[in-house]
Ligand binder design. Structure first.
Ligand code: SF4
Ligand code: SF4
Length: 474
């Protein structure tokens, strides 16, 4: 693989001019340590360690979101072991925050070790959440859902909180309104359709729209109500279109936006009543369909043996992980171009909302097999599934180091959930990951060198053949 950040000179130019910025304590230089180009703070903390500490806290932010969903489910039906895992994760959060206090640690290797502990907590939280979701809602199975087709009174739910979706469906059913109100998914709620306990609600219909940032377009066309139940809500000032739907927009728990209504204490009745008052949905009558529901447990169960046979017989030559956060802009067309260029005897594993860059494509099956070439593991928190599949395949093939498997990884990153996923992968020793489309601005040359030397991490160049020419050639 090429050197990180491909060409270091370019990446240096892209990086922030400030070596770092820290103003967390009273000793801070005026305007913050680093604000005037200093390479060290008054306390002696240098730019690299300050940036590594920032990176830890970014990882913790992503971790906290998954941790919160896990806690909600553990409170409902968790066992002692699950509470214990949650406490272990919380310990890492507290310890890491402690680590970033003024005058605690000035040792580079120990900063890296702490970062890996954060990554390890990321592995734990994704495994925990995955187990809790399947315990609560059953193990997802592949399903094709309608895309951009809606009728009747409608509620459109966006976000990652499957528990909230189930509670809403339950309440509609309790009120005898299942044949009057249909519920649709948007963005990271798409994988909900794969879960058997959610699919049993016949009024959970199809999916509308793509990744989170088309909310303003989709919600303003939607005649019904909309709910955003986790991060990735588009703030009003980003688009004048918000005024078209702000009075029909509901937020849940931590999500907030001025002018929207809050669902308080899991009382869905105001949302349901409001939906009944609104006209039927019009303007969504597409015939498209999209696939989801390839949880790693289902993949291993349904295709595990077939995948091994196909690898041994040379019918399946490579696995691609093309996943991560979508965001506005043309640069992410790279990932669609890459998915389309993947040879027919390769498969693509995806997760998160980045899949909307290419999930309209029918990738078919690996020739000579019935193994689907497109596998949607689910939400961003289901990214751990790729590791479980890789470990199972490596184990069955007697390969000790999963980095020796024919796997190529291209990850889109946007916010801090992607950071905890990346740290999780690094903590497992997974190498040769390409991230993009932009280099992280929190990295400086020392961090870059460390990531290249230890993980061969790279930033996509924008040219799929430059980055993956050999792998794409088969
Ligand atoms: S912790 Fe160190 S670098 Fe940060 S503001 Fe205080 S003195 Fe400056
Ligand atoms: S995958 Fe990332 S960008 Fe997309 S909705 Fe989830 S957290 Fe947001």
């Amino acid at each position: 693989m090429f050197g990180l950040f491909g060409k270091k000179e370019e990446s240096k130019k892209q990086a922030c001019d400030l070596p770092f910025l820290c103003w967390q304590c009273e000793m801070s230089a005026p305007g913050g340590c680093g604000a005037h180009g200093e390479s060290k703070g008054v306390c002696g903390k240098d730019a690299t360690k300050a940036r590594l500490q920032d990176l830890m806290t970014y990882g913790l932010r992503g971790l906290s979101a998954y941790r919160e969903h896990a806690r909600e489910l553990i409170e409902k039906f968790g066992d002692e072991a699950e509470w214990k895992t949650l406490m272990d994760i919380d310990d890492v959060t507290a310890e890491t925050l402690y680590f970033t206090l003024t005058n605690v640690n000035f040792n580079f290797d120990e900063h890296i070790a702490q970062l890996m502990r954060v990554g390890n907590a990321g592995v734990k939280v994704m495994d925990l959440l995955s187990e809790l979701h399947t315990k609560a809602l059953g193990i997802p199975t592949p399903v094709e859902v309608t895309q951009n087709k809606a009728e009747g009174k409608g509620i459109l739910v966006s976000g990652h909180n499957l528990d909230m979706l189930e509670k809403l469906l339950q309440r509609i059913e309790e009120r005898g309104l299942s044949d009057k109100i249909n519920v649709y998914t948007h963005s990271e709620m798409l994988p909900a359709h794969g879960y058997p306990h959610l699919r049993k609600y016949k009024n959970l219909k199809g999916n509308i729209g793509k990744a989170w940032f088309d909310q303003t377009d989709i919600f303003s066309k939607w005649n019904g109500t909309c709910v955003v139940n986790t991060n990735c809500i588009v703030p009003p000032e980003k688009s004048g279109k918000v005024k078209n739907y702000i009075d029909r927009l509901y937020t849940y728990k931590i999500v907030g936006i001025e002018g929207a209504k809050k669902i308080e204490n899991d009382n869905f009745d105001p949302l349901i009543d409001h939906t009944l008052e609104l006209p039927d949905i019009t303007g969504f009558d597409s015939d498209e369909k999209i696939a989801t529901g390839h949880h790693y447990k289902t993949v291993l169960e349904a295709y595990g043996a077939k995948v091994l046979d196909a690898i041994k017989e040379g019918k399946l030559k490579r696995v691609w992980v093309i996943a991560g956060c979508d965001a506005p802009g043309r640069k992410r067309d790279y990932f669609r171009e890459l998915a389309l260029a993947v040879p027919k005897d390769h498969i693509i594993i995806t997760s998160s909302c980045g899949k909307f860059r290419f999930n309209d494509v029918d990738f078919g099956t690996v020739p000579g097999t019935d193994i689907p070439r497109y596998i949607d593991l689910g939400q961003c928190n289901d990214s751990n599934g790729a590791v479980h599949i890789a470990l199972a395949v490596a184990n069955a093939l007697g390969i000790e180091d999963i980095n020796e498997l024919p796997v190529s990884i291209a990850l889109m990153w946007m916010e801090q959930k992607a950071i905890i996923i990346l740290l999780a992968l690094l903590s497992l020793g997974i190498k040769d990951i390409y991230i993009g489309p932009n280099a992280p601005q929190f990295a400086n040359e020392d961090i870059v060198n460390f990531l290249v030397q230890n993980f061969n991490l790279g930033v996509i160049s924008g040219d799929i053949h430059k980055d993956f020419g050999k792998e794409l050639a088969g």
